[in-house]
Design a protein around this ligand. Sequence first.
Ligand SMILES: Cc1ncc(COP(=O)(O)O)c(C=O)c1O
Length: 387
Amino acid sequence: MFSRQVAEELRSFETPFYLYDISLLRQTLESAVSVAKKYGYVLHYAIKANYDPRILSVVRDYGLGVDCASGNEIRCALEAGFEPSGIVYAGVGKRDKEIRYAIERQIFAINCESLQELDLINSIAASLDKVQPIGLRINPDIDPKTNKCIDTGQADSKFGIPYEELVSSLDHVRSLKNVKITGMHLHIGSQIRELHVFEYLCEKVNSILAHLGSHGLDFEFIDVGGGLGVNYDFPENEPVPNFASVFAIINSHLKAGGRPVHFEFGRAIVAQCGELITSVLFNKTTATGRKLVIVDASMTELLRPALYGAYHNIENITSASDVKERYSVVGTACESTDVFDESVSLPKTSRGDLLSIKSSGAYGMSMASRYNLHDLPAAVYSDDIVR
Ligand SMILES: Cc1ncc(COP(=O)(O)O)c(C=O)c1O
């Protein structure tokens, strides 16, 4: 909730822009790190969620490693000062040059997503005279009970190695001389709010560990990925996600046998500290009676609603009206799916008002594009203004 004074101060910045609450980011990291420490858990930040340099420097202050999804993300993490020894790298379609770069930089593990990829990593490592540590990303066939578009752990998903295929190829996996299987990796999806799903994940990991162990394949660490969801409906009620609950579930259900357990949170770290501030350009009512509020942001700044129908809470932070109206808040891009909310109740909203599109710190700026040759949005940090 903005004071009127702060909302008016925001008018001095050109919209649209991302506003980051750095003290909330610190609070979130403090919470994640302090509970993780209790269990000895290792945290990586999924840099795909947001690679703003200021955010990265705060994340680095708290000692997290990084989960990367491309060679450029690895480069970005290294340039931001993260240690290679804290970097993991997943992705179904790693290019040869990205694999070579990861091996040369001596990252903690490449999380490998297919047996064909494992052969390729082996041959590139051989050409560099290296032995590359590998986390095997196993597809556990679990329904994470989230939006289908961000579900990555079911059997027909493109992610991870099908388990039966892995089991039938163990002799081949063991024969590869330039890879060393160090970890088991899983990531079943994002925005997981039904936390019991993590119990199923643990049960799956326990049975895989036992089964592969009986076939002579052991792991030095277990990486259970990210996925912890945030409260998009009522962000003010839950500014810091419930790390304690997810860690407690993993601690009580996972039979890790003393192996370090790693996590790769993206959304849970940065979603709530960011909001997209946008100005109202026009009001228009369609012939069918749909009341549009046309704002100067669009899917080019925040793609999630257009990409997979994601919901973000919207607030008018400058209107003083007591009259509430129902609006469709739409963006400037030349796409009909460029809608932030089909039906939102706001105080009477008109040209020049500022709207805040909440919980947009994760997968907001990092998915921004220059479609329609829009400029990329700027970032403003809470410590640069008074809250
Ligand atoms: C392999 C992997 N790890 C971690 C994450 C981060 O997920 P989340 O932002 O839900 O925590 C993702 C997200 O796509 C991912 O693909």
